[in-house]
Design a protein around this ligand. Structure first.
Ligand SMILES: Nc1ncnc2c1ncn2[C@@H]1O[C@H](COP(=O)(O)OP(=O)(O)OP(=O)(O)O)[C@@H](O)[C@H]1O
Length: 370
């Protein structure tokens, strides 16, 4: 439904975003991540028609936002980081005002407003002045205003920023409900929010898209080999010998798989051995490992698959230089992408400058790329 094609935005002497290219399908809830200044707000403002791209095209259901702004905007709801609320209006009069400017037909306005009030939990606050609402309720009202015209696509810029933990959970719950019948693009700095809400994540860094994939598939796609931590009851030397003789994995003995001091002592007394095993590919070897160790009569007491968290991935991808910091920088044109067809995760990278980059290496050893 949304197509962002080769979109760039240059500010005076400053690059906002560079050649962004992605699509969103109906029903997706997409998390848009990036460090401060990465280009999230710039992108969202272009998608919602508040900012003109310097180049490239954005369409919603085939309608170009730059050329047919009003028609395109009727399909989009936008909640900026600071909702544009008017403090002197009551909740009800604010919603009436937004309904009018969003072209909700006059005969439908009353019904839509009461639907928004009950859906966003604003009952009993209809007459309250906006300025006297708590931040959480202001956010609810902002969300009500963003969906009052029943848009197909909802764009939310850091919707839980500045809220207390209870308010964060309430707003997340509302976004989840809204996501049941709207397509949602949401930017956030809270990574667990992406795990909780989104079925896809886009990571932007220095104005360029560096990753596109499902949150649950990211860890595997970026690993340089399947990793398992295992704790085995058995003499260290014997365990290492068996695993090394197996020859399928890289074996790294751990000082102790157990962290607590008492448990470390118990580990010594009971001959417990902790090892980190890394496979040559991302293929799961746990079942085979079980048989290898049981054939050697070495019981596994604990086995845990190690995977990169979204935090690790975010950090890997957003602490490197993209080499495309300047407008028109040639390095930016060298950006290419690889896609893991098994997981649907796409990692964009530069072909030359950052060949030593961990994320790119991990991608390149993923095997299943196009
Ligand atoms: N009006 C402007 N004039 C000049 N440069 C701008 C303007 N707006 C944004 N920029 C620059 O564009 C880049 C992207 O900014 P943007 O606000 O889109 O990032 P962001 O990812 O939303 O950041 P944050 O997480 O801090 O909100 C930054 O380098 C920023 O300084």
């Amino acid at each position: 439904m949304l197509k962002v094609q080769q979109v760039s935005k240059w500010y005076e002497g400053n690059r906002g975003v560079h050649k962004l290219d992605f699509e969103m399908q109906r029903g997706e809830i997409v998390g848009f991540l990036g460090p401060n200044g990465a280009g999230k707000t710039t992108t969202m403002r272009m998608i919602t028609g508040y900012l003109q791209p310097s180049e490239g095209v954005i369409t919603i259901d085939g309608i170009p936002i730059q050329d047919k702004g009003r028609q395109a905007r009727s399909k989009i709801g936008y909640l900026p980081e600071t909702p544009p609320l008017y403090g002197d209006m009551s909740v009800q009069s604010y919603l009436k005002f937004v309904a009018s400017i969003r072209d909700v037909p006059a005969r439908e306005q009353k019904l839509r407003i009461s639907e928004m009030i009950s859906r966003l939990g604003l009952n009993g606050r209809e007459k309250q002045l906006v300025r006297s609402l708590s931040k959480g309720y202001k956010q609810r009202l902002g969300l009500a205003g963003a969906i009052i015209h029943n848009p197909d696509l909802l764009v939310l810029d850091e919707p839980t920023s500045g809220l207390d933990p209870n308010q964060i959970l309430e707003i997340r719950q509302l976004i989840q409900e809204i996501g049941e019948n709207h397509t949602v693009l949401l930017s956030t700095h809270i990574l667990p929010e992406v795990d909780a809400l989104c079925n896809r994540v886009l990571i932007i860094h220095e104005g360029q898209l560096v990753l596109d994939g499902r949150p649950d598939a990211l860890g595997g796609s970026m690993e340089d080999g399947f990793k398992v931590k295992v704790e085995v009851k058995g003499n260290r030397e014997q365990v290492l010998d068996v695993l090394q003789a197996w020859g399928k994995v890289e074996v790294e003995p751990l000082a102790s798989a157990l962290s607590h001091a008492d448990m470390k002592r118990a580990a010594r007394e009971q001959d417990l051995t902790g090892v980190l095993l890394t496979g040559a590919s991302n293929e799961d070897f746990r079942e085979e490992l079980f048989y290898v160790l049981s054939a050697a009569r070495l019981p596994i007491l604990e086995m845990k698959k190690e995977s990169l968290s979204l935090e690790n991935i975010f950090q890997q991808l957003t602490t490197r230089e993209t080499g495309a910091g300047q407008m028109g920088d040639q390095a930016a044109d060298a950006v290419s992408s690889t896609e893991n067809t098994a997981t649907g995760v796409k990692v964009d990278h530069e072909e030359s400058a950052s060949s030593g980059d961990k994320a790119v290496e991990a991608k390149d050893t993923g095997g299943n790329q196009s």
